[in-house]
Design a protein around this ligand. Structure first.
Ligand SMILES: Cc1ncc(C[n+]2csc(CCOP(=O)(O)OP(=O)(O)O)c2C)c(N)n1
Ligand SMILES: [Mg+2]
Length: 567
């Protein structure tokens, strides 16, 4: 049966390939790990389970791939997702059947919303036992369809190379995303005798040259153009080209929600970040523009403030994205361009004629001044609490410029978003999905990718407690992240929403917490508690000097629920 594929109805379909070669006998688990190796994978983040022992055993043999075992699958999936963001390549995570896979799902959803390439390997019920609601059975292909770019089950071990290489290809090509691969336990025992496939490296998607010329003309003629830089700028690593364009034609640049590092924030053409906590003046500027150049953004609900960002009657829209599916989904572009953002910018820079337009320069300078004023903290002292403005100020001024910040979801984010200036690529990883629990595990993933960089996670007390167990993973593998926990003893965001919508009727948002500094020490890490601004510097210095995974708990004023409500 080696040369044939049998479809579900039992019909012989076709020979797989003329190129196939006979290979050394190996079981399914080994074939899976062989594919990982060929795809350049060096880390797999997962929680072990008996449904994929063959894969784990093959990993035991494979010295070039480290299996990093987390304490909960949600944590593992966040690690893999952030590792992918930090390396620019596919992240891999693994879990066992129903309970493991459903725990893992939060990272798949995050990868989907963030366009992060991820492959999730899930052990599945044995083939003969399927559809009996067998132990831990879930039909992964249908259950995870909506969370993933692609879901697939490999029910014939000889198709492992074909399907798994394709999973990597789907995850990283076009608009990247998560792919779930379901691996029936008994299939992993089968002997694989064929190896017909390898990694697929696609050529870059270049823009139509006439469209680029039209874009150049429109940009040169516009009176008040603006650029919105999204995840596509980050994925294609084109911030440099974007700076050249902004400077050549005096165009201001705003970044999409949680895509701060798409453009250097200290550059004089930067006018701020869209999304939660954005300034009204920023959206007004965009609405008043006669031309919007949107680069690699899907115009998410957050970026567009409930899809109200673009004034379609006033602004011409040039929308560039690697995926045609993104174009026209929210706004109908006047000029839709399917292209890798970097390729588009390279072509555009060859066509435009740099000029100095005093009117445009004035607009840029004014908008940048407003951003600078908004994002420069006025430091104040409070007798009773520490202040996040001062924490951000410290990180900004005292730690290396390439420090990586990862964040959770919660109101503490408003200080990060408002006051920190991301000037280098790869310095921010946060979930556009707003997934709480992301911060600390994602710092672990980023630190594994970049052991030489300082990596700091910032979470609220609510969010931190959704994945706190992963601090032990950091200790066990000696991954010295610094986890900041902003402690206001509440689910502050929801508390604020409750007060705004149903005043004085607070439900379920008050919290009690452990002493987080002691918590970290109990696991064998370093712990600090910051109660006043004066404690900040020493706490960071000691945390860094310890060389251990560290946690800094920052006690903040529970009556100040966001940066924009602060006096
Ligand atoms: C996994 C998950 N569950 C629930 C929510 C809804 N939610 C958004 S913010 C928030 C509270 C965050 O509290 P905390 O982490 O303490 O930050 P704070 O707002 O107090 O600064 C909640 C429950 C979410 N975004 N993600
Ligand atoms: Mg809180």
């Amino acid at each position: 049966m080696n040369d044939q594929i049998i479809d579900k109805g039992g019909k012989v379909m076709t020979q797989i390939s003329q190129r196939e070669t006979k290979v050394e006998k190996k079981h399914g688990g080994q074939a899976i790990v062989d594919v990982l190796k060929k795809e350049g994978v060096t880390k797999v983040f997962g929680v072990p389970g008996e449904s994929y022992l063959n894969v784990l055993d093959a990993l035991y043999e494979e010295k070039e791939i480290d299996f990093i075992s987390a304490r909960q699958e949600g944590g593992a999936s966040f690690m893999a997702e952030a590792y992918a963001k930090a390396t620019g390549d596919v992240g891999v995570c693994s879990a066992t059947r129903g309970p493991g896979a459903t725990n893992l799902s939060i990272g798949l959803h995050t990868a989907q919303q963030d366009s992060t390439p991820l492959v999730a390997l899930i052990g599945q019920v044995e083939r003969p036992f399927r559809d009996r609601e067998a132990f831990q059975e879930v039909d992964f292909v249908s259950f995870f369809k909506d969370l993933c770019k692609w879901t697939v089950e490999i029910d014939d071990a000889n198709r492992i190379p074909e399907i798994l290489h394709r999973a990597f290809h789907v995850a990283r090509s076009g608009r990247p995303g998560p792919v779930l691969v379901s691996l029936p336990e008994d299939m992993q025992d089968d002997i694989v005798t064929r190896d017909t496939h390898g990694p697929i490296k696609v050529t870059t998607i270049r823009p139509d040259i006439e469209a680029v010329q039209e874009a150049a003309k429109a940009l040169q003629e516009a009176k008040k153009p603006v650029i919105i830089a999204g995840g596509g700028v980050i994925l294609s690593e084109s911030s440099k080209e974007l700076v050249s364009l902004a400077e050549a034609l005096q165009i201001p640049v705003a970044t999409a929600f949680r895509r701060f590092h798409a453009f250097p924030n200290s550059h004089p053409n930067y006018i701020g970040a869209l999304g939660l906590g954005a300034r009204k003046a920023l959206s007004e500027y965009i609405q008043d523009s006669d031309l919007v150049l949107a680069l690699g953004t899907k115009f998410s609900q957050m970026t567009t403030d409930d899809y109200a960002l673009i004034n379609e009657r006033k602004s011409r829209l040039i929308h560039v994205d690697i995926s045609p599916d993104v174009l026209g989904r929210v706004y109908t572009p006047d000029l839709p361009i399917v292209s890798d953002v970097k390729e588009f910018l390279i072509e555009l820079l060859q066509v435009i004629e740099p000029e100095t337009n005093a009117e445009r320069q004035k607009n840029v300078t004014e908008a940048n001044e407003k951003y600078t004023q908004f994002s420069t903290p006025v430091l104040t002292d409070n007798e009773q609490y520490a202040n996040m403005k001062s924490v951000i100020h410290y990180i900004q001024n005292e730690l290396p410029k390439d420090t990586v910040i990862t964040s959770d979801a919660g109101n503490f984010f408003s200080w990060i978003s408002r006051y920190y200036r991301y000037d280098e690529g790869g310095t921010y990883f946060g979930p556009t999905s707003g997934a709480m629990g992301y911060g600390m595990p994602s710092a672990i993933g980023a630190k594994v990718a970049h052991p030489d960089k300082t990596v700091i996670s910032i979470s609220g007390d609510g969010g931190f407690m959704m994945t706190p167990q992963e601090f032990e993973t950091a200790v066990r593998y000696d991954i010295p992240i610094i986890a900041i926990v902003v402690n206001n003893n509440m689910f502050g965001t929801i508390h604020a929403h409750q007060e705004a919508k149903f005043p004085d009727r607070v439900v379920g948002t008050k919290l009690t917490n452990p002493n987080f500094a002691e918590y970290a020490k109990n696991f064998g890490g370093h712990g600090e508690r910051v109660e006043k601004n004066d404690d900040i510097a020493k706490a960071f210095e000691r945390a860094i000097a310890s060389g251990l995974p560290a946690l800094i708990e920052v006690m903040t004023d529970p009556t100040v629920l966001s940066a924009n409500h602060e006096k």
